[in-house]
Ligand binder design. Structure first.
Ligand code: CDP
Length: 299
């Protein structure tokens, strides 16, 4: 680990990497980089390098894990052993399990899971190179991979962190600012500014906290524009990513219909798309093995 710098912000108000306090690192997005995934994204953000792959919606096995009126969002955050200075032990850790859980929850308010009962939407994120802000980088990449997979969503999710160094709030912490700073506050939000993930390390006063939220909101909105631009460049500038009020009320009406359908006792026998004949024999074998060793979770 590098030594703590004497100062994080110079007399001109610039940080060690030359950024202003409210400036995010440069972000680059490539869409559809993995041919086997339904949707994928490679994202670079400063020195962070992240891959996201989305599979599904596909029938969830084992069946006892199915949600009868919605798709399950399963999210995996993983840091490659070589992504950090000190090699990371491969496999899940307390940290990666926690990040996976809260990141799945960050997408639940936007993904229209009710349209795909009994299924799973798998989101895999792999950190190839880490330099602070990897959970937010992974969420930004996952959001694009979901769009690339054609998963219906109310909008994109954008994420960024804010923190405090030298007694000042700074947007999008780099590694030194994260390691030696007084606070780290990663946030994810919808395009309407609804917060879907918030975590915090360190301390901020109430005033600082309010200011930090405004700062990170501006950061997320800037990232949203970068995400949209990447999608427009790939798929054409037809504005179909911008849901109108009318689109949202159509979605709400559809969701209501699905709810009413589920509540109707006449549909009780309807087991949805999960007929046993539909299961690929190979997949069935894998699922049986998973059931046997109790290792069906992909976390
Ligand atoms: O990456 P993020 O800011 O979301 O998570 P963190 O737990 O605050 O980690 C900050 C940074 O510390 C990571 O981005 C890595 O660069 C580094 N780190 C590490 O070197 N080894 C770990 N086991 C975990 C994090």
């Amino acid at each position: 680990m590098s030594d703590k710098p004497d100062k994080f912000i110079d007399d001109n108000g610039l940080r060690l990497d030359g950024r202003r306090v409210d400036e995010i690192r440069p972000m680059k997005i490539d869409i559809g980089v993995l041919s086997r995934a339904d949707g994928s994204c490679y994202l670079e953000w400063g020195k962070n390098k992240v891959l996201a792959a989305v599979y599904g919606p596909r029938t969830l096995h084992p069946r006892r894990k199915q949600i009868p009126d919605a798709a399950l969002i399963r999210y995996r955050y993983n840091m490659a052993s070589f992504s950090v200075e000190d090699r990371i032990r491969p496999g899940p850790s307390r940290r990666s399990v926690e990040i996976s859980k809260v990141s799945a929850e960050a997408f639940e308010p936007v993904v229209l899971t009710k349209f795909y009962p009994n299924t799973v939407i798998d989101i895999f994120t792999e950190i190839i190179q880490a330099d602070a802000g990897t959970r937010t980088a992974a969420i930004n990449a996952a959001s694009i991979a979901l769009a690339d997979a054609g998963i219906p969503m109310k909008g994109l999710v954008s994420a960024c962190a804010v923190g405090k160094v030298d007694g000042q709030l700074v947007l999008d912490l780099n590694k030194d600012e994260d390691n030696f700073g007084a606070a780290d506050l990663p946030v994810a939000m919808t395009q309407d500014g609804e917060i879907t993930l918030i975590q915090m390390d360190g301390n901020l006063t109430q005033e600082e906290f309010k200011e930090a939220i405004e700062m990170v909101r501006a950061g997320c909105m800037e990232i949203l524009e970068i995400q949209k631009k990447a999608l427009y460049t790939k798929f054409g500038d037809d504005s179909s990513f911008d849901l109108t009020e009318e689109d949202l009320s159509d979605i709400q009406a559809d969701e209501q219909l699905i709810d009413e359908d589920a509540d109707n006792p006449a549909n009780e026998d309807d087991e949805g798309i999960d007929e046993p004949e539909d299961i690929d024999p190979d997949e069935k074998k894998i699922n049986e093995e998973e059931e046997l060793d109790g290792e069906s979770d992909e976390q």
